[in-house]
Design a protein around this ligand. Sequence first.
Ligand code: PHE
Length: 367
Amino acid sequence: MEPEDETTRMEDIASLRSELIASVEGAASLGELETIRVAEMGKKGRITAMMKGLSGLDPEARKAAGQDLNTLKTEIANALEARKTSLADSELDARLMSERVDVTLPVSPESEGRIHPISQTIQEVVAILGEMGFTVAEGPDIEDDWHNFTALNIPSDHPARQEHDTFYLPGKGDEDRLVLRTHTSPVQIRTMENGEPPFRIIVPGRTYRCDYDATHSPMFHQVEGLVVDKGTHMGHLKGCLIEFCRAYFGVEDLPVRFRPSYFPFTEPSAEVDIGCTRSDGGLSIGHGDDWLEILGCGMINPKVLENCGIDPTEYQGFAFGLGIERMAMLKYGIPDLRTFYESDLRWLRHYGFSALNVPSMVGGLNQ
Ligand code: PHE
C-alpha cells in the first residue's frame, strides 16, 4: 500500500463516517441494517481495512488516525443500535396497526364452558337454604365407623348397616375400620362434636354406595341439612322443607306431603313427597294426584344429640338429606343417572348451564 499523508487519511475517515451514518440511517428494515452491520463492522469492513493501513504512517499521524478510527467504530456501533431500536419499534407499530383485535366481534360459542347439572343443582340448593340462614359445612369422604354409623345410632348389628352397601377400606378391625361415607350425615356428628349449638348448616358432598344402575351410581351427591336450637320442633322442619321444595321446583303452591318413615338417627322420621302427574311414562311436577318421594328427614334422635355431648332436654333439632342427582333429574328431565359421569360434551352442552348466571334467590335460580 502507498503511504499516504495525514490529511488524506483524516479526510478518508471523515467521508467514511458520513457515508456510513447515512447508510445506517437510511436502512429501511432490520434485515437491511443487519447487512450493513455485517459488511462494515466485520473483519472485511472498511474500518478494519483502514486500521491495517495505519502501519504506513509515521507514529504521530498513526496515533491520531488510530484514535479517530476507534471513535468512528464506536459511533457507527451506536448508530446501528439506535437505528435497530427505532426500526423494531416501527415494525411493532406497523404490526399493531395491521393486526388490530376487533373487541366488538361476538365471542365464539364453542369456547364457552358449561356448568355441570350437579354443580348447578348444588348451587341452587345452597342459594335457597343460604337465604334461610344456613351456612355450608364440609367433611371427609373417607369416614370412620363412629361418624358414619355408630354416633348416628346405627350400631354394628343394626340392619341399616346392610342396607347401605358400604365400601370398606382394607385393613383394621371392625370397630376402627374406615369406610367411604355412605351419606353426608356423618358431618352432622362432626359439626355437633366440634362446635357449640345453635347450628344451622347444609353439607353438599360426595357419597358412596356399592350400587350401579339407571338410578344408582357407586358415587353420588347428597346435601345434608342440620338445625339444632332451643325449642326446635316439627313445625320448623315442615316449614323449612315445604318452602325449600317450592323454591327449588319453582312452583308456589306445590303440594308437599310428609309420610312417616324410619331412620335410626331421627325420631320421628319422615319421607317428603311432592305432587306430580304421571302419564305415558312422562312426569310433570306440581299438580295432579300422584306423589313422588324426594327426600328424607326427621327430628334428631335424642340419642344422637347425647352421643355428641348435647343435652337433649335443652336442645332439639331436625335434619334432612337429599340426593342431588335425583333432584337434578326431576327438575331438568334427565332420564339416566349414569350420563352424569360420562363426560360427554354433547350431553353437557345440552343439560349444562351458563357460568355467567350464578343461581340466587333475587337473580333467579336458573335462567
Ligand atoms: N342419611 C339419609 C340417607 O342417606 C338421609 C337423611 C338425612 C334422613 C337426614 C334423615 C335425616 O338416606
